[in-house]
Design a protein around this ligand. Structure first.
Ligand SMILES: CC(C)(COP(=O)([O-])OP(=O)([O-])OC[C@H]1O[C@@H](n2cnc3c(N)ncnc32)[C@H](O)[C@@H]1OP(=O)([O-])[O-])[C@@H](O)C(=O)NCCC(=O)NCCSC(=O)C[C@@](C)(O)CC(=O)[O-]
Ligand SMILES: NC(=O)C1=CN([C@@H]2O[C@H](COP(=O)(O)OP(=O)(O)OC[C@H]3O[C@@H](n4cnc5c(N)ncnc54)[C@H](OP(=O)(O)O)[C@@H]3O)[C@@H](O)[C@H]2O)C=CC1
Length: 442
């Protein structure tokens, strides 16, 4: 791989797609097959898809873009993003460009600790049953680890047993819930399968020592022992653009953050913006994005009210942004080593461990959030977003080829990004132009 990898590729978005790929190929010394994978040519063959899921009839594609300008802990990252929504990739690159000029993102991630849950019922007295389980804690851990000795030799495996007694949902007359938590270090894996194996494996021992009956044995997607954090600190004057002073923009972002802190209706949309970035990278890198989504939103609710995953405030002439969320990611397992497109995407992202990957994910979430709040707290989201959405609108109205960009530009100029307007523009062309614009013969 080239030593000159940089994610600061100014004007990359103005290049034709072939030149973008060629530039990427040179920088990462990618083989033609790897470039083809990124380009989507043969990335996931139907025969392989048929081995991945049930009742397969084919594959389904999404656009793959590159988030640029990302600097995390002093290292440059080009971030593969699979997403259908216009402006997401531009927004992350835009934010990361500003942040890198103020030193980049600082991030950290916890070790890969996950929780496996075992639900015990008919246990009699809850305190006594809890104590019986804790008395055989070492036996439970040894049994759990016997199902995955290779995880232990990697330094991972089951590390702790905890017992939680929860009030009965039916009220005081119902049996309280007794939930055993197995805390497992999953190392480089997301961990669901290995956790479930261990949770199922220890259930008979828990039944035996308590005389109770186990029902559920499954991981928890609220991965709150596996948090990732990112922060950035931008000098306020660096936020200025041609139209607004840095102070005004910073104030708009801080006000947006206050709104999300106070109001779950706003926090949900704020977090949707965060997840625009995180989900896109998750899909491109073969992660279980449903698990990430479930964990993020459960974590957002941990204080009893749904809150934003990130926070922005002013401090000593700087705008400071922070994000914290659970990220159960893997560099092995699931489809990661199976899907050839994921392999090519990971080569571009060049993370050396799952913790490093989690830090980049957190930084992407914060960058995405910054771009949205910057727009929302100043000119509004529509200006930037709709300008990029205009191309989709032009295609929906029937435009094809070079005409997509032309019609999109006209829509933006008219300040009216609607399919009907695009159809009007096409209808106003000469018959020959209209035929060319819509790819039909005249
Ligand atoms: C769209 C921008 C970035 C334009 O912003 P701009 O001011 O036109 O950007 P710029 O010309 O100053 O360019 C700066 C950099 O941004 C990138 N960039 C700039 N343009 C492009 C492009 N076309 N394609 C790819 N990259 C682009 C590129 O890296 C460029 O660097 P350069 O290459 O020039 O050195 C800005 O208006 C923006 O960030 N808007 C916010 C968009 C957004 O957040 N979209 C998410 C979808 S909306 C949503 O679902 C979430 C939401 C909003 O509801 C969340 C919430 O409520 O919190
Ligand atoms: N609620 C949820 O989120 C659920 C999710 N899932 C799915 O489970 C999958 C993730 O489970 P997961 O257990 O991670 O995946 P896998 O079982 O596919 O793979 C993980 C395995 O990779 C091997 N491995 C090789 N090197 C390492 C390393 N350095 N660190 C850790 N493991 C290593 C280990 O096996 P070995 O030790 O044998 O080498 C490990 O058990 C995803 O596809 C997810 O969609 C499934 C059920 C529920």
């Amino acid at each position: 791989m080239s030593d000159t990898v940089t994610s600061r590729l100014s004007g990359f978005h103005k290049l034709p797609m072939e030149e973008r790929l060629a530039q990427l190929g040179r920088m990462f010394r990618l083989a033609p097959e790897e470039l083809n994978m990124l380009h989507g040519v043969g990335a996931l063959q139907p025969t392989l898809a048929n081995q991945m899921i049930e009742n397969a009839v084919g594959t389904f594609s999404l656009p793959l873009g590159l988030g640029l300008n990302m600097m995390v802990n002093g290292r440059d990252y080009i971030v593969p993003m699979a997403v259908e929504e216009p402006s997401v990739v531009a927004a992350v690159s835009f934010a990361a460009k500003i942040v890198r000029e103020s030193g980049g993102f600082i991030a950290e991630a916890d070790p890969s600790m996950m929780i496996g849950q075992v639900q015990l019922t008919r246990f009699g007295d809850a305190t006594e049953a809890s104590q019986k389980i804790l008395d055989v804690k070492d036996q439970i851990l040894a049994l759990a680890n016997s199902f995955h000795p290779s995880m232990v030799s990697r330094g991972g495996g089951a590390k702790e047993v905890e017992v939680r007694v929860l009030p009965a949902p039916e009220g005081p007359r119902g049996e309280p819930l007794l939930i055993v938590h197995l805390v497992i270090d999953c190392q480089e894996a997301m961990g669901a399968n290995l956790i479930n194996t261990m949770a199922e494996g220890v259930a008979p021992l828990i039944e035996q020592v308590t005389g109770g009956k186990v029902y559920l044995r499954i991981l928890s997607n609220l991965a709150d022992r596996r948090l990732s954090r990112a922060m950035c600190r931008i000098p306020v004057p660096m936020l200025a653009d041609f139209e607004m002073a840095g102070e005004e923009i910073a104030e708009g972002i801080a006000q947006a953050s206050r709104f999300a802190q106070a109001d779950p209706y706003r926090a949900a949309t704020h977090n949707k913006g965060v997840m625009n970035g995180i989900d896109s990278v998750a899909i491109a890198t073969g992660q279980d994005w449903r698990a990430i989504e479930a964990g993020a939103h459960a974590f957002a609710c941990r204080e009893g009210q749904y809150r934003p995953l990130s926070n922005w405030f002013l401090e000593e002439g700087h705008l400071v942004g922070r994000i914290e969320l659970p990220l159960a990611l893997g560099t092995v397992g699931g489809p990661i080593k199976v899907h050839p497109g994921v392999q090519a995407a990971l080569k571009v992202m060049r993370v050396n461990s799952v913790r490093e990957m989690s830090m980049v994910f957190a930084a992407v979430g914060l960058a995405q959030n910054f771009a949205a709040l910057r727009a929302l707290g100043s000119v509004g989201i529509q200006k930037g977003h709709m300008a990029l959405h205009a191309r989709c609108v032009a295609v929906t109205a029937g435009a094809r080829g070079d005409w997509v960009e032309k019609i999109a530009n006209e829509l933006v100029k008219a300040g009216h990004v609607k399919v009907e307007k695009a159809r009007e523009l096409i209808a106003a062309l000469s018959p020959a132009e209209a035929a060319a614009a819509t790819g039909t013969t005249g």
